[in-house]
Design a protein around this ligand. Structure first.
Ligand SMILES: Nc1ncnc2c1ncn2[C@@H]1O[C@H](COP(=O)(O)OP(=O)(O)OP(=O)(O)O)[C@@H](O)[C@H]1O
Length: 266
């Protein structure tokens, strides 16, 4: 579990002794939660959060994105408290693009808010569009069915990375996609991770997906929630469909499943 005193590196995310109540402290959804993600510059890392429905996984991402403050406890992003910390984007399960704007304008939106001038924001947006495999689609409107569900999620990833390429928060981002698109998006995420090395914090209910993508998996016990289990995924950094057939992968999926069953049945 997180050890705040022995960390040699800066931390990209620290949640300390977080508690969350929505009824003035009569009941607690989250109690005494600690979560620490070390900064690994030029390397990044892929952290997956698992937990039962309602455990508070989305809430944890909302704290990091600055969308919600906990009832108690401290949230630090790159060592800075909420309000002073750099803005971090988030990719949701629901498509979140503005359908009346083009792909280019949707991706460039965070730069527009920051007041970056037109030419620079368009050229940076085009780089991100290329990174997420949408080159050739930049002048299409960001709406279904002009673009597919997977393409709309690519826009959300590009928009999030343009705002802050160091951290990418993803809340069940592939939950609404068909299986083929979901597998393609997993591989795209791996590719992005190898190219620009962000720290990705990813929530999913899908244990095989978690093991395929993660460096580290943290699991939340329910009611009141906190992180109680951590599994380091000791698979090769470069993963592909063959990885999913390896005995190490199959054993890790079983280990994580067993831990999740134990956590959620206590
Ligand atoms: N504004 C609110 N008022 C009251 N309860 C809330 C509020 N927001 C969240 N909750 C409760 O907090 C708990 C954690 O919610 P959260 O969405 O973080 O869970 P989750 O682990 O992401 O769930 P799921 O896997 O189902 O998406 C849930 O029980 C939810 O009902």
């Amino acid at each position: 579990m997180p050890n705040f005193t022995d960390t040699p590196l800066d931390n990209i995310v620290e949640l300390r002794n977080i508690s969350q109540s929505y009824d003035g402290g009569n009941s607690w959804i989250i109690k005494g939660l600690d979560f620490l993600v070390e900064d690994k510059p030029a390397q990044g890392q892929f952290v997956v959060i698992l937990g039962a429905s309602g455990a508070g996984k989305s809430t944890v991402l909302r704290y990091i994105a600055g969308l919600q403050r906990p009832t108690e406890g401290t949230v630090l992003v790159k060592g800075k408290p909420l309000g002073e910390a750099p803005r971090v984007g988030m990719v949701f399960q629901q498509y979140s693009s503005l359908p009346w704007r083009t792909v280019l304008d949707n991706v460039a939106l965070p730069l527009e808010y920051q007041g970056v001038e037109l030419q620079e924001r368009q050229s940076r947006a085009l780089e991100m569009i290329e990174l997420v495999g949408l080159a050739g689609h930049e002048h299409k409107f960001a709406q279904y069915p002009t673009l597919s569900g997977g393409q709309l999620q690519r826009i959300a990833i590009a928009r999030s990375l343009i705002a802050n390429p160091d951290i990418l928060l993803m809340d069940e981002p592939f939950g609404a996609l068909d299986i083929n698109t979901r597998l393609q998006m997993q591989d795209l995420l791996m590719e992005i991770w190898h190219r620009i090395h962000p720290t990705i914090i990813f929530v999913t209910h899908d244990i095989p997906e978690a093991v395929y993508l993660a460096d580290d998996i943290y699991m939340m016990k329910p009611a009141p929630s906190r992180f109680t289990e951590h599994v380091h995924i000791d698979l090769p950094l470069s993963r592909d469909r063959e990885t999913k057939r390896s005995q190490e992968y199959i054993d890790l999926v079983r280990l994580v499943e067993d831990k999740m069953i134990a956590i959620t049945s206590t």
